[in-house]
Ligand binder design. Structure first.
Ligand code: TTP
Ligand code: MG
Length: 587
């Protein structure tokens, strides 16, 4: 219950509805508890002395009570549903906002697939718990207490005789509740596993098909599916045992009431009506106990869900503005790395991904980063928008430590095209405008022209209004990249970061993009990551990254003279290439 209780703040806006719903429930239970008394009255004052008026009157009153109860039940359910639905909506909203506020580091640790489950089925499961609490549990507890009290007030001696019997039932139910709790928790776990398999498979469905692994994936899914089914069956089996067992006990109870009560009736110390009321109270006491057993079992599943929701909620974004952080309006774009170390697991710089990086990018300069895969290029540029925080050293913009700036104001200065292009479903125009929805068509076209995307966009059936499918499925890799570049350019940033953004674009188009960028981004500090050396030839500064260290730095002309490692890359890409080309053409 601890985890569920932690979420109680979400009930606050619905306090009045919740209280009202419970109040209705109290009235309903009160009315329900009156019914056995009425039966007693019919038997003892109506049937036994042969007074038909009392029989009729009481029957009508009972009918009235039942109708009233029905009306109250509708009210109670409506209110409870409203509370639970509102609660779930607010919870989902908060979870979503929370996830949006988290940093890259946080998100690395909470897997995105699981986040979907947490915002959907976990919330539903907790919502279930709220509904049960609001309607069932109150009802069950009150019926139980009420009927016990009324049993004692009807005939305390008989009630005392039944006490051991009821204790036995209670013990049984506690045992069953414990078992059910385990089973339901296991059901939830199997469901999680099923969700995980499904999530992973669906997001990678193309790879599954490409590698003809459908059969394997089918098996994996079937296994999870089967486990889930079996676990559910096991839980239901226990319930199936519980029900008839309770029936037997109930019948035994009824028999003992008639046995002990019958003797009292013979002795004249009890009436038949009282016996009937008694058996009725026993029934009204038993079913709530059964209900409680089930509620306890199900609460366990909700508890597991609540725990996972709280796990997300309790995440503190590891990148937060310092209280004294300033908001920057204008920058020149002078970017300096001062002895920066960085590792993904936080503070320690023992095994850094980036090691003692010193780098100056002057305003308007283009700095190109070369380096083999895994050398830390993406990691390096990810530090500039503070997707991750440096482990040691510092990065400054116009002399101010990035950590002393409000992060939003920093991001407003940066246009970035990530290595992995992500587009959203929607029109081409909206995808380009993603960072600045207020941009007009002209601006969009200018950005698209600079990234050499305009032409192919115009050749799409609906031009800028053409729909992009989820993840940009209906575009080629190079087309996606060019839209992503346009998106970054549209911000007219002071700092432009392109992480391998032309890797899927042919060499000619790439050269055109570079020309256009040079013109459009004269005053912008550009950091460009590239695999191809042809991309970086004209850069103001080229750095070569190797294993997290800068191993060479300078212009192309300098590096080709002084840096063996650069010469090697040059040779391998262009030197040989040229040689081969000449061989083929025979020149
Ligand atoms: P990257 O910085 O991604 O290397 P890269 O950009 O130079 O490589 P590529 O050319 O293929 O894009 O990775 C450097 C190391 O950091 C590598 O060992 C993987 C690790 N890493 C993480 O642990 N978590 C991350 O989120 C990323 C991006 C990298
Ligand atoms: Mg990379």
């Amino acid at each position: 219950m601890r985890e569920l209780i932690k979420l109680k703040r979400f009930l606050k806006p619905y306090t009045i509805s919740a209280i009202l719903s419970m109040a209705l429930m109290v009235v309903m239970v009160g009315l329900q508890l009156m019914l056995p008394r009425m039966i007693q009255r019919i038997v003892d004052l109506g049937i036994t002395p042969g007074n038909m008026t009392i029989v009729w009157q009481t029957t009508l009153v009972m009918l009235g009570i039942s109708l009233l109860n029905m009306a109250f039940a509708v009210g109670n359910t409506t209110l409870a549903v409203r509370v639970a639905e509102g609660y779930a909506r607010d919870l989902r909203k908060d979870l979503f906002n929370k996830i949006q506020s988290l940093s890259f580091g946080n998100l690395d640790r909470l897997h995105t697939g699981q986040l979907i489950v947490r915002t959907t089925s976990d919330v539903t499961s907790v919502q279930h718990a709220v509904r049960m609490m609001l309607s069932l549990s109150v009802r069950a507890l009150m019926l139980l207490a009420g009927s016990l009290i009324l049993m004692f007030s009807t005939n305390s001696q008989l009630a005392v005789k039944l006490l051991p019997f009821m204790l036995l039932i209670l013990v049984l139910i506690v045992i069953f509740a414990g078992k059910l709790q385990k089973l339901f928790t296991a059901v939830q776990q199997k469901l999680d596993k099923l969700n995980n398999v499904l999530q992973e498979n669906l997001s990678g469905v193309r790879v599954v098909k490409a590698f003809v692994r459908a059969a394997f994936e089918n098996e994996r899914f079937s296994e999870a599916n089967e486990e889930f089914t079996q676990q559910n069956i096991a839980a239901m089996r226990l319930m199936a045992v519980l029900m008839p067992l309770m029936k037997i006990l109930l019948n035994l109870g009824t028999v003992s009431i008639i046995w002990f009560g019958g003797m009292e009736v013979i002795q004249g110390s009890m009436t038949i009506g009282q016996i009937m009321a008694f058996t009725n109270y026993l029934m009204t006491a038993m079913f709530p106990m059964l209900m409680l057993a089930m509620i306890i079992g199900m609460l366990a599943a909700s508890e597991a869900s609540a725990k996972r929701i709280n796990e997300v909620m309790s995440n503190k974004p590891d990148i937060q503005d310092r209280p004294e952080a300033i908001s920057i309006e204008e920058t020149n774009g002078r970017l300096v790395f001062e002895d920066v170390c960085f590792s993904y697991n936080g503070k320690d710089c023992a095994k850094p991904v980036l090691n003692h990086i010193n780098l100056v990018a002057e305003p308007g300069q283009t700095v190109a980063i070369l380096g083999s895969t895994g050398s830390g290029k993406t990691s390096l540029v990810n530090l500039i928008p503070r997707f991750y925080e440096v482990s040691s050293g510092r990065i400054t913009l116009d002399g101010v430590d990035l950590r002393d700036m409000k992060r939003d104001s920093l991001l407003a200065q940066i246009g970035i095209a990530l290595q992995e292009t992500v587009l959203f479903s929607g029109s081409v125009r909206d995808n380009i405008r993603y960072g600045r929805m207020s941009a007009n068509d002209e601006e969009v076209i200018v950005a698209a022209k600079a990234s050499q995307a305009h032409e192919f966009i115009m050749s799409l059936p609906e031009g800028y209004d053409s729909r992009i499918e989820q993840r940009g499925a209906n575009l080629s890799g190079g087309q996606k990249q060019r839209i992503a570049i346009a998106r970054a350019l549209l911000l007219k940033p002071r700092i432009l970061i392109l992480d391998d953004s032309t890797s899927a674009v042919d060499v000619d188009t790439e050269a055109q993009i570079q020309d256009a960028l040079e013109k459009a981004m004269k005053d912008t500090t550009s950091i460009i990551i590239a695999q191809r050396i042809s991309t970086v030839l004209t850069a103001d500064k080229i750095i070569v990254l190797d294993n997290g260290r800068i191993t060479a730095e300078g212009t192309h002309a300098e590096l080709i003279k002084n840096s063996p490692i650069y010469q090697e890359i040059y040779e391998s890409q262009l030197g040989n290439g040229l040689k081969k080309a000449t061989e083929v053409t025979g020149n």
